[in-house]
Design a protein around this ligand. Structure first.
Ligand code: T3D
Length: 258
């Protein structure tokens, strides 16, 4: 079986991390395969939303530690440079909504890959662990960038230094993730959310993502200017016309992602 399983359901691309016996931890093959699958989603116009989920009881336990210490395996610098950095860059730069459906424990790079997605939902029994400190490493995969922005400097510092396990409910309360679903309905609710996104005005959502990315470094003047430019672009899409027409005609819109 491939370590990354891809399935397209109408306009939704579902990416499954698939090394369940290793809690979907990343080896080189899986990291490169996730990268190429993300590239394929980006270049395929029929895909309008991506959902990432884990097979089995975990979302992802981060780096495969057997590979990390193997003499034949890639050196640590390469693991960060060639495996995780490109994954995070792609998750942020692909102008499609990306949902992380955290079906179980998300640890180390696994947690930070989930948090780099646009919307993170989790099953009630899931948990998040900044597992790096326990093995003498620093948080990578964008964690030192993302986590303080989500939950504030203090909480992020504590979670990263202590490496304690945060249950899904607490992660939702502290603003680390969007929503927790009950275990029984998790898959259905996650798919419902991602399917809804896949039928919305894709270009508008992509430009929203571009604006949000830029807001991390822009000042207010720069951001207002950018909003003006991006709004002009959004206003030229088919889906804008369709959105307004369907509202005025009191009918459901039929967005095409164009
Ligand atoms: O070179 C570098 O490392 C740089 C890159 C850094 C990025 C990182 O992600 S660093 C952080 C790496 N991840 C971790 O440190 C997490 C290690 N795993 C755990 O702490 C625990 O497994 C969990 C808290 C995630 C889950 O605990 P639990 O009790 O539910 O499961 P378990 O029994 O520990 O694990 C089940 C199996 O998965 C087990 O194998 P076995 O005994 O059944 O054959 C375990 O060894 C394996 N497994 C879990 N995590 C990893 C792993 N195998 C390899 N690498 C893992 N990360």
């Amino acid at each position: 079986m491939s370590s990354i399983v891809f399935e397209q359901v109408e306009s939704l691309g579902v990416i499954k991390l698939n090394r369940p016996d290793k809690l979907n931890s990343f080896n080189r093959e899986m990291a490169l395969s996730l990268q190429s699958t993300l590239d394929k989603c980006e270049s395929d116009d029929s895909i309008r939303c991506i959902l990432i989920i884990g097979e089995g009881r975990a979302f992802c336990a981060g780096q495969d530690l057997e590979e990390a210490i193997s003499k034949e395996g890639p050196e640590l610098r390469k693991i960060v440079e060639e495996h995780y950095n490109p994954i995070i860059e792609k998750l942020r730069k692909i102008e499609l909504p990306i949902v992380a459906a955290v079906n179980g424990v998300a640890a180390g790079a696994g947690a930070n890959i989930a948090l780099a997605c646009d919307i993170v939902v989790a099953t009630k029994s899931a948990s998040f662990i900044q597992a790096f400190s326990a093995i003498g490493l620093i948080p990578d995969s964008g964690g030192t960038f993302t986590l303080p922005r989500l939950i504030g400097w203090q909480k992020a510092s504590a979670l990263m230094m202590l490496g304690n396990k945060i249950k899904a409910d607490e992660a939702e309360r502290m603003g680390m993730i969007y929503k927790v679903f009950e275990n029984e309905s998790f898959l259905e609710e996650s798919m419902k959310l991602a399917t809804k996104l896949s039928k919305m005005p894709t270009q508008g959502l992509g430009l929203t993502k571009r604006a949000l990315n830029a807001s991390l470094t822009n000042n207010l003047d720069e951001q207002l200017k950018l909003e003006e430019q991006l709004q002009t672009m959004a206003g030229q899409t088919y889906d804008y016309q369709e959105g307004v027409n369907s509202f005025l005609e009191k009918r459901r819109p039929n967005f095409k992602g164009e």
